[in-house]
Structure formats: structure tokens, C-alpha cells
Design a protein around this ligand. Structure first.
Ligand code: RP5
Length: 164
């Protein structure tokens, strides 16, 4: 099974990445985690992307905030699928990172999840790997079934709760 390669622009993005790693661990997926910045360590970020495929990575998650060009810069150097997580910064509530990550010009796609949504990034990475892996696909289906059960349990008691 291929690994998930995770890169964040700064260790200040770690809480978002921890959400992704939690999901990957629950699914027993292999991963590697790095801090490489597109502007502070551009050479290392580029080399990570260039070598990712030969290092056994099948999909990349790239998280960054503010002028969040990391996911796009990584995607420029690999044809592996790249999932971008826009991270909320100190101003603009993450809208800056969201637009920077999602608005890639045609030719170099970045599959962008919601602001700070490390969980969905990991699930999307797992779904990509599950295209060729039926055991992983079954785990993902079971996970959704558990989530559905939890909602239906809430539905059973919601009228009483609504009445206060
Ligand atoms: C981006 O700038 C990082 O991804 C981070 O979200 C943001 C702020 O970085 P620090 O100044 O906290 O290192 O490059």
C-alpha cells in the first residue's frame, strides 16, 4: 500500500495535521509528515515533491495558511494527487488561504478541502488509495455506516430534546 505524504508550511499548522493523522491511524494507513515551506525552504519542498513517488507515496496532503502557495508549489513538481488544506491564519479567518489554495490556474490541480479540515483531507487521501484496495474501501464504508448510526440515534431522541 502506498503512503500518504503530509507536508505543512509551518509547525503552527500542526493542530490541523493532527486531525489528518488521527484518521490515517484509525485506517491503519502509512504516512510521513514534514514541515517544508514554499517560501522559507523552497528547495526542500520541491525535492519532497520530486521524490515523493519513488519514496512510496501515493497521495500528498499539503497544509498552509495565509498566502498559501505550498500545495500548488508541491503539485507543480509531481503528478501524484495533491490535497490542499487551507489553514486559518491570524487575519481574514482563512479566506486568504482558502482562495490561494483552491484557485489554482488550469493545468496544475489541487483538490482543496475546507479551512482547517484535516479530517476530510485524510479521508479523501484514503479514498484515492482505496480505488485499488478493496480492504481499505470496506473500512471507509464501515466508517460511514458508523457515522450514519450515530446520526440516527440522535434522530430517535431529537423531539424530546427539542421540547427542552
Ligand atoms: C504559512 O504561514 C504557514 O503554513 C502558516 O500557516 C503561516 C504562518 O506561519 P508561521 O509564521 O506561524 O510559521 O507559511
Amino acid at each position: 500500500m502506498k503512503k500518504v505524504g503530509i507536508v505543512m508550511g509551518s509547525d503552527s499548522d500542526l493542530p490541523v495535521i493532527q486531525k489528518a493523522v488521527k484518521v490515517l491511524r484509525e485506517l491503519d494507513l502509512s504516512y510521513e509528515v514534514h514541515v517544508y515551506s514554499a517560501h522559507r525552504t523552497p528547495v526542500e519542498a520541491r525535492n519532497f515533491a520530486l521524490n515523493a513517488r519513488k519514496n512510496g507515496i501515493g497521495v500528498i496532503i499539503a497544509a498552509a495558511g495565509m498566502a498559501a502557495h505550498l500545495a500548488g508549489a508541491i503539485a507543480a513538481h509531481t503528478t501524484l494527487p495533491v490535497i490542499g488544506i487551507p489553514c486559518k491564519g491570524p487575519v481574514l479567518d482563512g479566506m486568504d488561504a482558502l482562495l490561494s489554495t483552491v484557485q489554482m490556474p488550469s493545468g496544475i490541480p489541487v483538490a482543496t478541502v475546507g479551512v482547517n479540515n484535516g479530517t476530510n483531507a485524510a479521508l479523501l487521501a484514503a479514498q484515492i488509495l482505496a480505488v485499488e484496495n478493496s480492504a481499505l474501501e470496506e473500512k471507509l464504508r464501515n466508517r460511514r455506516a458508523e457515522e450514519a448510526s450515530a446520526v440516527l440515534e440522535k434522530d430517535a431522541g431529537i423531539t424530546v430534546r427539542a421540547e427542552g
